[in-house]
Design a protein around this ligand. Structure first.
Ligand code: ADP
Ligand code: MG
Length: 705
């Protein structure tokens, strides 16, 4: 057993973060107050304040051993990007350098943006992009093989101000929901809250595999998922992995991950084994949404780095293994005022919590109106293997309310009034030493893509490797729009109370089709959803058009979150990203099958043929060897034919101009050809002598960590 190490969480938590405590200690009082006006109230940052903050930040970072700083940003590639600069000035006449870092360098960075996707927004002759400090997300020092680096969370824009990243629109959407939610709560007599902030708590799923075995799988190396692989004799059917005891090797991994995250100020809280063998989950305590987005990027980064250090590899792909449970990232979302009121908390008796009912009705309306956009926000190439592919969760957006709210909703729709709320019952445990406790009023529904879970909504479609920026941007924006439309109506009305009452009934009645409490994985639901007219968008390529519909342009334009040009560029980037990813997968298959698998099978066929001859010469029964030879050669012939076909269609796809047509071609033609190559090869894996199979199998990868 590995040595047991103890950690004082409270002592190490946030030790590498330039957080509020550090700022209070190190900044002059006036500067600290001024900076807080920017952080809390969105006031523009004074360059003089930035200068002082930069000085303090530099001193602090250097004490932590930092030699470099970086503007840490999130371009549209979905991962973070950084360019490191050392804290040094040009050497003086004495040949010495000074540690330098100015206010200007803190607030604004300039980088050659031409290699980041921009979807045509930035002409190549104008390659400048700017990174701007997001002072609402704290800077931190990261320690790794590169040394210690001060990381400054930033937004990334083009020279002309268009967003080139995921952060900028998210911050814009936070402004929108803040403004509209404040308008709304004022009607209910709340004059004390001054800011409303969305929060998110993402539950991150991942797989761990042995690094040595990973390195023998080019498909994992190049694409993050296996492109070949027969099912192991044992899968997840026994459900013995879920919440099972954590094995030593994994436990030691989790311990180091937690320590790293705590130092970085990420409140990693929950960890457990997930459904599939080798699959796990980590979830932090929820945070303000832009911080949660940054923290989730750190979580993914730390998972990968620590795995590597421990001889493991962390797979964040949504579907690393066909036929085995995929990985998602449940995005828990709520809206909370600066004085701690959660607008999504119904209280004990939701039927008489009118403000909550209006908020709920607005959310239901928002999700129904923009189901396509929300679906799009969770689309990435890997997630196509989960959403709508007979996997969890379904590609149809619906809302699970639970019994209590469902009942309140029905009362409101039928009579216009709700007079009571179902209450939780006592759950008798039947064991004397265990106290009875109150049951939650609603059970969990794990099949719903958008589930009410007590005081938050859980959006379950997001992919495990994806940033949570887009889903939260969309949630904030669509709910801001619904709040804003409700507020417009209420403001115009003579009797506010009556108007609120009517709006709740109206929204619930008009949008109740989106509410579904049943089994979201059933075939009946697919039919029922179709009858209700709900969109069922089963691929990323079909999700992308949601970005540029008239209603999307209107929504995002209204709040200055995206211009039409920004939306069109994002759609272009998505099509291109899709085609490129599938192209890489196809070429990886060609490489593996052409250079490794098929040659191995051919060699093995030779061995079988010799065996047949030897048996014959010895006068022994050669019928089994003969039959095996026949099966293997016929399958390898089929594989070779499929390989040639895949080569042909991939070449044709790569020659197409990028855009929707190319993406559709990759999905319909290339993906199909990939499947046709995979089928005979997976069958061969089951028929071949394991010694002749040149890659670790699913069983080796999934059960040997
Ligand atoms: P589950 O039982 O679905 O795993 P948890 O209670 O473990 O749910 O919470 C999952 C995530 O939801 C955690 O990151 C948690 O911090 C977050 N969460 C809890 N309350 C809220 C809230 N009000 N707003 C946003 N996220 C929340
Ligand atoms: Mg959960």
């Amino acid at each position: 057993m590995s040595e047991v190490q103890t950690v004082d969480v409270a002592a190490i938590f946030g030790e590498d973060v330039f957080n509020d405590t550090v700022m209070r200690e190190r900044l002059p009082k006036r500067i600290y107050r001024e900076l807080h006006k920017t952080i809390d109230d969105g006031k523009e940052l004074d360059p003089m304040v930035a200068e002082v903050v930069a000085g303090a930040m530099k001193e602090w970072a250097i004490e932590k051993g930092a030699t470099h700083y970086t503007h840490w940003f999130q371009p549209l590639t979905g991962v973070t990007a950084e360019k490191h600069d050392a804290f040094i000035s040009a050497p003086g006449p004495d040949g010495k350098v000074l540690a330098e870092f100015s206010g200007k360098e803190l607030i604004k960075g300039e980088s050659d943006a031409s290699s980041f996707p921009s979807g045509g927004l930035r002409a190549t002759f104008e390659a400048r992009g700017y990174t701007a400090w997001d002072c609402t997300s704290p800077a931190f020092v990261r320690h790794d093989a590169a040394g210690a680096t001060l990381c400054i969370p930033t937004a990334f824009c083009s020279y002309t101000g268009e967003a080139l990243d995921k952060k900028t629109p998210l911050l814009r959407s936070m402004e929108a929901i803040n403004t509209q939610a404040l308008r709304l709560i004022r009607f209910f007599g709340n004059n004390t809250s001054t800011r409303v902030v969305p929060s998110a708590g993402p539950e991150q799923e991942y797989f761990l595999v042995d690094r040595e075995k990973y390195l023998q799988r080019k498909d994992l190396i190049y694409t993050g998922r296996t492109l070949f692989g027969a099912m192991p004799p044992k899968g997840q059917e026994l459900d013995d992995h879920y919440y099972g005891a954590i094995r030593e090797r994994v436990g030691s991994f989790m311990r180091e991950v937690n320590n790293e995250l705590w130092k970085l100020g990420v409140a990693a809280k929950t960890q457990h084994n997930e459904v599939a063998p080798a699959q796990h989950e980590v979830a932090p305590i929820y945070a303000q949404v832009n911080v949660a987005v940054d923290n989730n990027q750190l979580v993914m980064e730390v998972l990968k780095k620590v795995a590597e250090r421990q001889g493991l590899t962390c797979l964040l792909h949504e579907k690393p293994f066909a036929g085995v449970n995929g990985s998602g990232k449940h995005n828990n979302w709520s809206i909370v005022t600066d004085d701690g009121i959660n607008l999504i908390d119904p209280g004990k008796t939701p039927h008489d919590n009118v403000q909550f009912l209006l908020v709920l009705a607005c959310i239901i309306k928002a999700i129904d109106t923009h189901a396509d956009l929300l679906r799009e926000s969770a689309a990435d190439v890997g997630n196509d293997h989960r959403l709508g592919a007979n996997e969890a969760p379904p590609a149809i957006i619906s809302i699970y309310l639970g019994d209590q709210l469902q009942d309140v909703m029905e009362q409101l729709i039928s009579t216009g009034d709700a007079t009571n709320s179902l209450q939780g019952e006592r759950l008798e445990t039947g064991v004397k030493t265990i106290p009875d406790f109150m049951k939650d009023v609603s059970d969990r529904n794990r099949t719903s893509p958008f589930a009410f879970t007590g005081n938050k909504f859980e959006f379950r479609m997001v992919g495990s490797s994806d940033s949570i920026a887009s889903p939260n941007t969309v949630l904030n924006a669509i709910v801001a729009e619904a709040f804003s439309e409700a507020c417009d109506e209420i403001e115009k009305s003579e009797n506010h109370f009556q108007c609120v009452h009517d709006l709740i009934k109206k929204y619930l009645t008009e949008h109740q089709r989106i509410v579904f409490n049943g089994n979201g994985y059933s075939d009946e639901w697919v039919k029922e959803a179709e009858r209700r007219g709900l969109p069922n968008i089963s691929s990323m390529v079909d999700a992308i058009p949601a970005l540029t519909t008239e209603k999307a342009v209107k929504l995002f334009g209204k709040f200055g979150i995206f211009t039409k040009a920004e939306l069109e560029s994002r759609a272009e980037i998505q099509y291109e990203a899709y085609a490129r990813a599938i192209n890489i997968e196809a070429r990886t298959m060609l490489d593996i099958a052409g250079k490794t698998l098929i040659p191995s099978v051919v060699r093995y066929s030779g061995v079988l043929a010799n065996t047949v001859n030897e048996l014959k010469a010895a006068g022994a029964d050669d019928s089994v060897a003969f039959q095996m030879l026949g099966e293997v050669t016929s399958l390898v012939a089929q594989a070779k034919k499929a390989l040639d076909r895949l080569a042909e269609v991939t070449e044709a796809g790569a020659a197409m101009a990028s855009g929707r047509d190319q993406a559709v071609y990759y999905r319909d033609v290339v993906c199909k050809a990939m499947q046709e190559l995979r089928a005979p090869i997976d069958e061969l894996e089951m028929k071949m002598d394991k010694e002749y199979w040149p890659m670790p199998s699913y069983g080796d990868l999934l059960f040997e960590v």
